[in-house]
Design a protein around this ligand. Structure first.
Ligand code: ZN
Length: 349
């Protein structure tokens, strides 16, 4: 019970990419990049092994960005000459630069299978692999080719993601997670076709399937929105839809936002990855703080189904802070696990 996991990304070593920023360019020349990424993955796995994280990832050390890392493996997408559009409902920025869809979308070969095989060889722990979800991809690209409606485009991406997810499971991924931060932005689209597209991604995948929803990375423009926002009612619509879906696990941000942990009660029957680590600050939580956050979720999820997790990716953080947070996550979960085994140890308050 209370098995710990992270959303996906960890900061990259300073010799691999500039720290503290998203989309950081590689600092290693192309002919040494693969070897350098292998080394960084070993370190990411070692950090999780040593701190005692139960379900690990490769820290997304091979991608500059969680969406682009998958798109780069497709044909029909231009990641060099970018377009501009409003994304995330304009919540965090008026416009952002996004990849352009310029041809027929296809996946000539698996994108992350070699990465999974490498991780599988270097840890005994269960491995999670993350892919961007279709609604989020559609919101993060401009379609200059098909100029079709969003649902049709999302279902096209979903078919490609499904083929990839099946391959990842066959290569040894224990969990395949689809990252859908836009589920917290476009509630109407989630209802109309977002969950349908997500389920298409997970169809026939022989691994545990998961969806991560959040308010984005812990970077200043996102934090500014989060501290201003007071309306979190979208979960009343989206979580029951996910509860009725075939997805096994749902990841919800609870540490940094003011979301009431009781919302996860709507996920009855699912595994819940509860965000108990704030990814927007360098300040490392104490294990006791993490334990208290876990205790606040426990009335709403059985401990066997509760996975203490980070709110979102740790990529913008320093490695020291990230390592500290991994340790706090594992230690905080261990405290609560101990209390559940010996109820007398539970604090009175
Ligand atoms: Zn996230």
């Amino acid at each position: 019970m209370l098995r710990t996991t992270i959303t996906g990304s960890l900061p990259k070593p300073v010799w691999l990419a500039e720290p503290g920023i998203l989309f950081a360019p590689w600092r290693v020349p192309p002919d040494s990049l693969a070897e350098a990424q292998d080394d960084a993955v070993r370190l990411a796995l070692a950090d999780q092994d040593e701190t005692g994280i139960d379900v690990v990832t490769d820290g997304e050390q091979r991608r500059r960005h969680y969406i682009w890392g998958f798109l780069a493996g497709l044909t029909g997408v231009d990641l060099a000459r970018l377009g501009r559009r409003q994304s995330r409902g304009g919540r965090y920025a008026k416009e952002t630069e996004v990849p352009r869809i310029v041809g027929e979308l296809a996946r000539p070969r698996p994108v992350l299978v070699d990465a999974v095989r490498f991780a599988r060889r270097h840890t005994r722990r269960p491995i999670k692999v993350t892919l961007p979800g279709p609604l989020t991809i559609v919101d993060s690209t401009v379609d200059e080719h098909g100029r079709t409606d969003e649902k049709t485009l999302a279902m096209r991406f979903a078919a490609l993601l499904n083929a990839e997810a099946r391959d990842l499971a066959a290569a040894g991924a224990d969990v395949v997670q689809f990252d859908e931060p836009t589920f917290n932005v476009y509630v109407d689209k989630v209802e109309a076709w977002g969950v349908e597209a997500l389920e298409r991604c997970a169809e026939g995948v022989e691994a545990t399937t998961a969806v991560h929803i959040c308010y984005g990375y812990g970077i200043p423009r996102v934090l500014a929105w989060k501290t201003r926002n007071t309306e979190w009612g979208h979960y009343r619509t989206t979580l029951p839809l996910l509860a009725r879906s075939h997805i096994h696990q749902v990841s919800v941000e609870l540490a940094a936002s003011a979301v009431d942990p009781a919302v996860v009660a709507a996920l009855n029957g699912k595994d819940v990855m509860a965000g108990v680590i704030d990814v927007g600050t360098e300040e490392v939580e104490t294990p006791e703080t993490v334990a208290e956050r876990i205790r606040r979720v426990l009335p709403h999820v059985a401990p066997e189904r509760l996975y203490p997790c980070t709110d979102c990716g740790l990529v913008p953080r320093s490695r020291a802070a990230a390592r500290g947070k991994l340790h706090a996550l594992a230690a905080g979960a261990a405290l609560v696990r101990q209390e559940l085994r010996t109820p007398a140890a539970r604090p009175a308050s």
